[in-house]
Design a protein around this ligand. Structure first.
Ligand code: MRU
Length: 348
């Protein structure tokens, strides 16, 4: 199956963003075009585009959209740029890649002060394209760095979607699976359904099936018995933000999976590019955690499953303490935890 790009820029500086509307998968593969900032903000907020690295790429391209029509006057241009960045930053708080990309775009623009506005806009588009291309290259490198973890005949559990749909290409947690599959290894992936928005059932199963990888979906609450039955040899998830000490925020439920993996003696790895590490914070306690509309829990996909007026709690991410993580698979290689090596030194 040939799958369109998760997100791309169409045209020149006056062009637009095109992305897969992931809320419609697996039923329908539809592209949507975002031609202004409110449309792309809504697409981020509603998870039409989602996954930490893909949010970084989207934020960078959204900046290019946000400065369209700024005119030629430098002060007005920079004020529009600041306004656009501040607005994009209000969309979703947890994935650090979004803020990392905004900072990178702002720093580039600041370094070009004094150049004609048209030139700055062109360079911002080049930078957004570079962020996209670098993300694809980092994900491929993550695949190469982690593929040896997946041995013939293994069962591999993953949570949420950290595949090509969550990145520019390949994915993070799924990248080692794609590379192992390319190299002819046979293994089975168990995809947690990932309540409430079912990224595992809808997205991970869709993209692995499309790639010809053996995938089975389980309800989130089945992970323990599937592990106890000896079906899981390895767990790999992605990450939305990794603190300086290695504590990792990822889709809610990841902490539970890591705890179960420890209880069953199964190694739990986190795969992420360097843009997901936030070395400005020292522990997971400092990671801002998104809380979403409780209706996502009460009436997932149109059907109300909770009695009226019963409150629902909808925390979108949780933090897995570094003690439960065997290692980080990054584009720089695999960093085992518990060796005393500092993440900052590994990434330097
Ligand atoms: O709410 P989402 O779908 O954006 O959450 C995504 C995740 O938690 C992914 O596991 C994470 O971003 C890693 S994506 C490569």
């Amino acid at each position: 199956m040939s799958v369109p790009k998760t997100i791309e820029w169409i045209g020149d500086v006056d062009g637009h963003i095109r992305m897969i509307d992931q809320t419609l998968l697996p039923g329908e593969l539809r592209m949507i075009d975002c031609r202004d900032l409110p449309t792309v903000w809504e697409a981020i907020k509603m998870l039409r585009v989602r996954g930490a690295p893909a949010l970084g790429v989207t934020a960078a391209m959204a900046v290019v959209l946000g400065v369209q029509g700024a005119g030629q006057e430098e002060a007005a241009f920079f004020s529009k740029l600041d306004e656009a960045c501040a607005h994009i930053a209000t969309s979703r708080p947890t994935a650090v890649n979004l803020f990392w990309a905004l900072d990178r775009m702002k720093r580039l623009a600041a370094s070009l002060r004094g150049e004609p506005v048209e030139e700055i806009r062109r360079r911002l588009l080049d930078e957004a394209q570079a962020i996209r291309d670098e993300d694809a290259a980092m994900c491929r490198a993550i695949g190469e760095a982690g593929e040896h973890l997946i041995k013939e005949g293994m069962g591999v559990l993953t949570h949420c979607n950290a595949g090509g749909l969550a990145t520019a290409e390949y994915g993070t947690a799924l990248a080692p699976m794609y590379v192992a599959h390319e190299r002819g290894r046979g293994f089975r992936v168990y995809a947690d359904e990932t309540r409430p928005l079912l990224q595992g059932a809808r997205l991970t199963a869709w993209e692995l099936q499309g790639a010809g990888i053996d995938v089975t979906v389980i309800c989130d609450n089945m992970a323990a018995c599937v592990m106890a039955a000896g079906k899981i040899d390895l767990v790999i998830t992605g990450a939305d933000r990794i603190a300086g000490n290695g504590d990792t925020a990822n889709k809610v439920g990841t902490y539970g999976v890591a705890t179960l993996a420890r209880a069953h003696g199964i190694p739990f790895y986190v795969a992420a590019p360097s843009s997901t590490f936030d070395l400005s914070i020292s522990s997971g306690a400092e990671i801002p955690i998104e809380h979403r509309d409780p209706r996502e829990v009460a009436c997932g996909f149109g059907q109300r499953t909770v009695p009226g007026n019963v409150p629902c709690y909808n925390q979108a991410f949780d933090v897995t303490p570094v003690e439960l993580i065997a290692g980080f698979v990054t584009e720089r290689g695999l960093m085992a935890t518990g060796t005393g090596q500092k993440i900052a030194d590994f990434l330097a």
